[in-house]
Write a new protein. Structure first.
Length: 311
């Protein structure tokens, strides 16, 4: 999504401190189970309440710094404008000046987290008409989060909780960042890569360094011209693989390659890097331990073959 590059939290932390009227309010130590759906374009959607109103369907975006709303939601909730963001927001296609609005609390699965400030983004929603905003990391990072897309649900846990035993989890440390973006080490065709874990991107996107390292060139074998709709940026489309994160591997994946300003904003433009999108992530179960700076991945168990039972 356009908001996945997030907001400079330092630029409005004073606003957030002044407006936050209380801390994280969880409803207890038990897990909260929330249904999840996928749009035709592959965006994950969950329903939230905002200040007790709703429900509002939102894109679950692990690479959006802030939870955003559309203009109709802003008007419906009567959110107050508190002025222009001190610095432009870095969107996928580049920086954009935005206004700030007072919001309050976002509730997901009966658990509430503070979201004192929001911005209004309408343009990305024309690609996700099922949603009325983007659920970002200023809410998600208050939990340990089990995103089980094959099981069509997410499960919220207390901060610091770890995934349940009994599954073959791969664990990867997350780069320590003030903005909570999930950047992990990956390997693509033997090349070391920095990968941004981004459920809000329905496609996987390579930066220029990785494109060149993989030999993806215009007119090359299997390479076609593409376009990234959210930014109207020309790209090259190709099939790559294997992509490996610890012990989790995608043998092949169709990707696009483009030098987006987003890569520089995320600090992954000077070496091979990628945004690992929901085309890959929807195939796995992803557990995010924000407090411990770790993610865990596992693939769902394969269904039993018909007639495979022992006689």
């Amino acid at each position: 999504m356009d908001a996945r590059s997030g907001v400079n939290f330092r630029a409005f932390s004073r606003f957030a401190t002044a407006l936050l009227a209380g801390g994280f309010a969880a409803t207890g130590a038990l897990a909260s189970d929330v249904p999840l759906t996928l749009t035709d374009r592959g965006f994950p959607i969950v329903e939230v309440a905002i200040n007790g109103a709703g429900p509002f369907p939102m894109v679950l975006d692990t690479a959006a710094g802030i939870t955003t709303v559309t203009t109709p939601v802003k008007d419906e909730l009567g959110l107050a404008n508190i002025g222009r963001m001190p610095q432009p927001v870095q969107l996928a296609g580049g920086p954009q000046a935005v206004d700030l609005y007072v919001m309050g609390q976002v509730t997901l699965g009966g658990r509430s987290a503070p979201a004192p400030i929001t911005i209004v983004l309408d343009a990305p929603m024309k690609y996700v008409r099922e949603a009325r905003g983007i659920l970002g990391m200023n809410v998600l990072s208050h939990f340990s989060l089990d995103i089980d897309q094959p099981g069509k649900r997410i499960v919220l846990y207390e901060p610091g909780a770890l995934p349940a035993s009994g599954s073959d989890w791969s664990m990867l440390p997350v780069a320590k960042r003030w903005d909570h973006f999930l950047v992990v080490d990956a390997v693509v065709n033997g090349i070391a890569v920095k990968a941004v874990i981004d459920t809000g991107a329905n496609e996987t996107i390579l930066n220029g360094k990785l494109r060149d390292a993989l030999g993806i060139v215009e007119g090359g074998p299997g390479v076609t011209a593409g376009n990234l709709a959210l930014t109207d940026t020309q790209s090259l489309k190709a099939t790559i693989g294997p992509i490996t994160l610890d012990r989790t591997t995608w043998d092949t994946l169709k990707v696009q390659a483009a030098d987006l300003p987003l890569f520089k904003a995320l600090g992954v433009s000077e070496a091979p890097g990628m945004i690992l999108g929901n085309d890959a992530l929807k195939q796995v179960r992803l557990f995010v331990d924000y407090a411990g700076d770790k993610i865990y991945l596992t693939r769902p168990a394969a269904p039993a073959l018909i007639g495979s039972e022992a006689p």
